[in-house]
Design a protein around this ligand. Structure first.
Ligand code: KIV
Length: 263
């Protein structure tokens, strides 16, 4: 069993080894994912992948708490991060109240908050009150409705400079690491170089301090759409469908159950 990471070991990994982060939404998968990953993220992407909604915005704090507790049961040896859902950190006091609720009702190690320099004062308030925060900059899934879609960031000089400002503001606010999503690889590289905390990429190239993927995307289980940055390590949907087809055929043709499955 590998040693569970801590805020300190995560920070120290910068420039030494790449961090492996993956999402999980339940104990069953958390148990399977844990042995090969450093950090498990209970992402609000569960609202799409698990709950079948079109985006992450309707995920609630209660749902995130429920799933975090489920994941924690399956991944007792993983550094666990929970996404703060849309609308739960609009100002410092609300953010602290909601963060304390998650910390008190789950064994989570840290929370993730979307936003850059505009959210730095809120993140600083959480950090100074004992909440460990992972930032999230670049493409922000919770901004999908206000931005009219998922927009890759860092295409213009202005956006590149803003990303560096965002990363620096989050570092100053006290985050121990940050996710950078949907950003041109050369820009993400500069962002990672501009701060001393690990920058974990998703759709941000390889020159960052680690990678995160949504487990149901990389296992090929989520069929609605596949972003360009996802590598499918297996065709999970085809495997599941084929297994269920075999089960169904065998029930109908009386091949299942056999004597070995019978008391
Ligand atoms: O919700 C999520 O799964 C995330 C990842 C995309 C980083 O925030």
């Amino acid at each position: 069993m590998t040693k569970k990471m801590t805020i300190t070991s995560i920070k120290k990994s910068k420039g030494v080894s790449k961090l492996v982060m993956i999402t999980a939404y339940d104990a069953l998968f958390a148990r399977l994912l844990e042995p090969s990953c450093d950090i498990i993220l209970v992402g609000d992407s569960l609202n799409m992948s698990f709950a079948g909604r079109a985006d992450t915005l309707s995920a609630t704090l209660e749902q995130m708490i429920y799933h975090t507790n489920a994941v924690a049961q399956g991944a007792k040896n993983s550094f666990l991060i929970c996404d703060m859902p849309f609308g739960t950190y609009t100002n410092s006091e609300e953010a602290l109240k909601n963060s304390i609720k998650v910390f008190q009702e789950t064994p989570v190690d840290a929370l993730k908050i979307e936003g850059g320099a505009d959210k730095a004062h809120i993140i600083a308030h959480l950090c100074s009150n004992g909440i460990a925060v992972c930032g999230h900059i670049g493409l922000l899934p919770q901004a999908v409705r206000s931005e009219g879609g998922y927009k890759v960031k860092g295409k213009s000089q202005e956006e590149q400079e803003q990303l560096i400002r965002d990363a620096k503001a989050l570092e100053k606010a006290g985050v121990f690491c940050m996710v950078i999503e949907g950003v041109k690889a050369d820009v993400a590289k500069e962002v990672a170089k501009s701060v001393n905390v690990p920058v974990i990429g998703i759709g941000a190239g390889r020159d960052v301090d680690g990678q995160v993927l949504v487990f149901s995307d990389m296992l090929g289980l989520f069929e609605e759409f596949t972003p360009k940055f996802v590598k499918k390590y297996m065709d999970g949907a085809a495997l599941v469908k084929s297994a269920i087809r075999s089960y169904s055929d065998e029930v109908r043709t009386l091949k299942f159950p056999q004597d070995i499955h019978t008391y």
